[in-house]
Design a protein around this ligand. Structure first.
Ligand code: HEC
Length: 502
């Protein structure tokens, strides 16, 4: 578990911290104070803008609705004032009598956060809290005293613009070909990037609220469904038109997927942590997405994705859901989890029908034959495993080949080929047309970094892989030759910036 975390997702988080420091962008809650609160100027402190982000960053981990240490839940204004076991924590106008403040700056043993659990709140931030209490500990107008502060903060958070030129390479967590097979879309920093496959030229940049896309899938009507989020902060599934139009700057079309309703056409769901995978049935009528909150949400898009509705929320795993795949008929959904199992969900019966435990380590990805006759999963055990997704979920076979953890697996539309990639910096193409048998057709080794994304073109003629260091490679499945290789990080100059440390 630990190792997986270090390898895949924490690497992503640490990369993001570097981004914050470099770009100084608005993503960090602390910047709110720059807007006058921290200074001694006449402007008054806003609870939601200035105080709540400090509490979220330093206190909510122990004082939310779930943990409530000291019987103290701080995640609504009402509860924050009411206090915990010792009663009122905030006495409006009297910071020195308010434990919310005095415990932050206390020189005694009892301090918050507890001395053995974390650093003291920086003095400038404690001062913001003191001033807020001194000014009467007021709640901003327009917010309900009972409202969940995590949600209020999320709603107010504004995504920064993606950097013009990347100071560090983009981590490629998701890739997809466009339906015509001529373009490849990669995940960037607060954006999706559209590249011409033949030339590796950047054609479009689509600004997204999501810091990072973890999964992408095209629907047959050309809508692009994207799962993503900000680790530990929020997750979302949103639907875009990548082929909308917008202004062209230096030969690259700029689309606004944050505000422009012609680009962002549907917002399917918001969650408290990143959404890591998304899958759709070939007819586009069912969409599923799963992630860090351990659940998988199933949407009914039979009246078109812009009318899609949440159908079921499935809580079938004990840890993050890392991958999902549909049988073509939309009856079964296969899922992969950090809880070391792959599972199968019967959508109509609303029940779990198979648990596949053989990996005995995190299962990073799943795929299924369109007819549902065979499921494939990859994991921390370096194996590609085949099993029966109906009936007893029996293993049919397993294949080594990869020499380290395998992170991604994808199946081509015809069900003939499978592609896998992982920590051994290699990509493998497998022929899975023989029932119950797999044979390695090709292997591309010696890539520059861990492979975090793989994709087939719609006609199965091309396969693409994306790495931790931003490199994207496209090969022909037919003869294995490289069509194009480039770094999918706009403006990044590899010469002057070393890659992000792992
Ligand atoms: C690592 C966990 C942890 C963090 C983080 C934390 N606390 Fe606590 N807090 C506790 C525990 C445990 C108690 C109960 C023991 C006590 O009251 O000393 C407590 C109690 C309190 C109480 C007393 C509640 C009552 O009525 O008894 C206040 C006030 C408080 N915390 C404020 C804060 C503030 C403000 C922060 C953030 C700056 C914070 N805490 C961060 C663990 C934490």
């Amino acid at each position: 578990m630990r190792r997986m975390c270090v390898c895949v997702l924490c690497a992503v988080v640490s990369g993001l911290l570097m981004w914050w420091m470099l770009l100084g962008n608005g993503a960090h809650p602390g910047v709110a104070q720059e807007k006058g609160a921290a200074g001694s100027g006449p402007s008054s402190v806003s609870f939601i803008r200035d105080v709540a982000p400090i509490l979220k960053e330093n206190c909510f981990a122990c004082h939310d609705a779930k943990k409530k240490l000291g019987k103290y839940d701080m995640t609504s204004y009402e509860k924050l004032l009411a206090g915990g076991a010792n009663g009122e924590a905030v006495i409006p106008g009297k910071p020195e009598e308010s434990e919310l403040y005095t415990l932050m700056v206390s020189q005694e043993e009892r301090r918050m956060p507890p001395r053995d659990k974390g650093e003291a709140v920086p003095a400038s931030k404690a001062e913001v809290v003191r001033r807020w209490i001194a000014e009467g500990a007021k709640l901003d107008g327009g917010i309900d005293a009972k409202a969940d502060l995590n949600k209020e903060l999320r709603v107010r958070w504004q995504p920064p613009r993606p950097p013009q030129a990347y100071p560090y390479p983009a981590i490629i967590n998701a890739l997809t070909f466009t339906p015509d097979g001529k373009h490849l879309i990669s995940s960037g920093h607060h954006e999706l990037l559209v590249w011409e496959v033949g030339s590796g030229k950047l054609l479009r940049r689509i600004w997204t609220r999501s810091e990072r896309a973890y999964g992408m899938v095209f629907l047959p009507d050309g809508h692009l469904v994207v799962a993503g989020g900000r680790p530990g902060q929020e997750g979302d599934v949103r639907v875009y038109r990548w082929d909308a139009s917008g202004p062209v700057v230096d030969g690259v079309m700029q689309l606004d997927g944050v505000h422009d309703p012609k680009v962002l056409v549907k917002h399917l769901v918001d969650t408290d942590d990143a959404v890591l995978c998304v899958a759709a049935t070939p007819d586009g009528k069912r969409i599923a997405a799963g992630g860090c909150d351990r659940s998988v949400r199933i949407f009914d898009a039979s009246r078109g994705v812009t009318q899609a509705e949440l159908m079921q929320t499935v809580e079938n795993h004990a840890d993050w859901v890392l991958g999902c795949a549909w049988t073509a008929d939309g009856q079964y959904l296969l899922t992969a989890s950090r809880d070391k199992t792959a599972k199968v969900w019967n959508v109509a019966a609303k029940e779990s029908v198979v648990t596949f435990p053989e990996h005995q380590s995190p299962v990073y990805g799943v795929a299924v034959r369109p007819d549902g006759s065979l499921g494939y999963s990859v994991g921390g055990d370096k194996q590609l495993r085949m099993w029966n997704p109906k009936g007893e979920g029996k293993q049919v076979g397993s294949s080594g080949g990869h020499t380290d953890e395998v992170y991604k697996v994808a199946i081509d539309g015809s069900g003939k080929y499978l592609v896998t990639g992982g920590a051994d910096r290699s990509v493998r193409l497998w022929d899975v047309s023989g029932k119950g048998k797999v044979a390695t057709v090709r292997q591309w080794t010696g890539l520059s970094d861990h492979v975090f994304a793989v994709a087939f073109s719609p006609d199965g003629q091309l396969v693409a892989a994306g790495c931790y260091d931003g490199m994207v490679t496209v090969w022909k499945t037919g003869d294995g030759s490289v069509v194009r290789q480039w770094n999918a990080s706009p403006g990044w100059s590899g010469a002057s910036n070393p890659p992000v440390p792992k």
